[in-house]
Each structure stands twice: as C-alpha cells, then as structure tokens.
Design a protein around this ligand. Structure first.
Ligand SMILES: [Zn+2]
Ligand SMILES: [Zn+2]
Length: 202
C-alpha cells in the first residue's frame, strides 16, 4: 500500500512572473534516516529569485523557493541519532549528494555531481524538491545542521547560504585570524556577511 506523504502548505511560483501564491503539496513520508522539521524562518537568497523567475531556464513549476531554513525538529526516523524533537536546526541549499565521490569523501558535497538542491531539484525518487517557504520539511539527517542555543533563529537563517558562501572562502584563505585586511566588493546579502565575519574574526 502506498503511504501518503505529509501534507504541506507553501508559497509557490507558478510561472516566470515569479509571483508566489499559496500551494498545498505533500512532503515525502519520513524515512528511517529523515528528520521532519517545522519551519520557523527562511531567508530569501537571490538564487530564489533567479529560479522563481526562470532566469536560468530550468524552472520546474510550481516551485516553492527557500534554502536558508531554520526550524524545530518535530519527528525523526528510527535511524536518526543526532537530532531529536524540539531541537532547533537548519537546512541550506542542498539536501542530498552521492556520498561516494571524491568531493563527498572530503566534505565538499557542494561539488558532488549528483548534488540534490533543496528546491527545484529532482529527488532520487523522481519528485521535485520544494524549499523552505513552507510549513514543514522532511530532510535526510546528513543534510541537517544544528543551530546553537542562543543564536537568534531568524538571524541564523541567512547563514545557511549567504553566510557559508563567504565564510567558507574566508576560512580557506586564512582570513579567520585577527589583523588581516579584507576587501569586500558590494554590501549585498553576501557582502554584509563578509563584513560581519571579518569583524568577528578580528
Ligand atoms: Zn542561496
Ligand atoms: Zn558525491
């Protein structure tokens, strides 16, 4: 017997106008290694606008954008050990990868050829992935991040794409130390994060 998914209500773009309207759909049934999340906050990344307006020519409407997601765990599969109900967690721009390639082995899943994007991606079961502009999310535990207690959840959401996009190169190029000089071109969604990280690094 086919199991029904979890009912979800989101905001979807339906054509290249990019206008969002309420959209009822289903999340997949929570699998053994899945975490079910009640979404509290979701940032808006410019990628969401590109995708919603089909500016990259790959839109699979209807599209529920959103990949800077913070929420509370409401349920976990039997195989989930790292998360439990009530914890605050985050989900970023991808929700799956092959786990077998060189990039996945090195922790650079973002370079995996089989990377599964959080929205407008094709899941391994053939379903289109839908993002965080919705009330509920079901994600494999390996693509769920812990949001530390005390970090304001609304402010944490943009860290999950804009934040990590500048944090990662800053760390890789050794800018995470006091006394360094940093040039930031453009104070947009990413640039202002770079300034904040730079200040925090000293
Ligand atoms: Zn993004
Ligand atoms: Zn891979």
């Amino acid at each position: 017997m086919a199991q029904e998914g979890k009912p979800a209500l989101g905001w979807a773009a339906r054509d290249a106008s990019g206008l969002l309207s309420p959209y009822s759909f289903s999340r997949r049934v929570q699998k053994e290694d899945d975490v079910t999340i009640k979404v509290l906050f979701c940032g808006i990344c410019h990628t969401d606008l590109h995708v919603a307006k089909n500016e990259w020519g790959n839109a699979m409407y209807p599209i529920v954008p959103g990949h800077e997601i913070v929420g509370v765990v409401t349920g976990v599969g039997r195989g989930v050990r790292s998360f439990k109900a009530g914890e605050t967690v985050g989900v970023g721009s991808f929700v799956g990868s092959c786990r077998a390639c060189e990039s996945c082995g090195k922790g650079y899943e973002n370079y995996c050829p089989a990377l599964l994007l959080t929205c407008n991606g094709v899941d391994y079961d053939g379903a289109t992935t839908q993002g965080g502009f919705a009330d509920v999310l079901v994600v494999n535990q390996d693509y769920v991040l812990r949001v530390p207690e005390g970090l304001p959840p609304a402010g944490a959401a943009p860290l999950l794409c804009a934040g990590v996009t500048v944090y990662s190169p800053m760390v890789q190029y050794g800018l995470d130390a006091p006394g360094m000089r940093l040039g930031v071109v453009g104070l947009g969604g990413l640039g202002h994060m770079a300034v904040k990280f730079g200040k925090a690094f000293g």
